[in-house]
Design a protein around this ligand. Structure first.
Ligand SMILES: Nc1nc2c(c(=O)[nH]1)N=C([C@H](O)[C@@H](O)CO)CN2
Length: 116
């Protein structure tokens, strides 16, 4: 299996469990690995034969910018579902970081893997 990836996709959104977090927008950062087969694209050299990372990134930005989740868990799960269902991705690994959320740490968040 080959991988198409998106690194450090940074988006501002409403996220968090505290009252003060519901009133501001904070950064979340996505690192995503998507399982695919790149051989057809490499042979034909056309975008139609591959997983378009720009199309995936644009869809995630649009979804996350309009969302208002409390937990990073929920956001990660929903984004994984979108990628798998709308872009026919059989397997993915997704890391969602919330930088600066915990004093003394660079970032906190979740890592999930979905599909076989
Ligand atoms: N496992 C989680 N723990 C916490 C979350 C979360 O989304 N998942 N969120 C918070 C707060 O919103 C925090 O990020 C504010 O600093 C606390 N723990």
């Amino acid at each position: 299996m080959d991988i198409v990836f998106i690194e450090d996709l940074t988006i501002e959104t409403v996220i968090g469990i505290y009252d003060w977090e519901r009133k501001i927008r904070q950064k979340v950062v996505f690192n995503i690995e998507m399982g695919t087969d790149i051989q057809a694209a490499a042979k034909s050299d056309t975008i139609d034969n591959t997983l378009d990372y720009k199309a995936v990134a644009k869809r995630i930005i649009s979804f996350v910018e309009g969302s208002e989740f409390q937990l990073v868990e929920t956001m990660a799960e929903r984004v994984a579902e979108i990628i798998q269902q709308e872009f026919s991705v059989p397997w993915l690994k997704l890391k969602l970081s919330k930088p600066g959320a915990v004093r003394g740490s660079k970032a906190v968040g979740v890592m999930i893997q979905r599909g076989g």
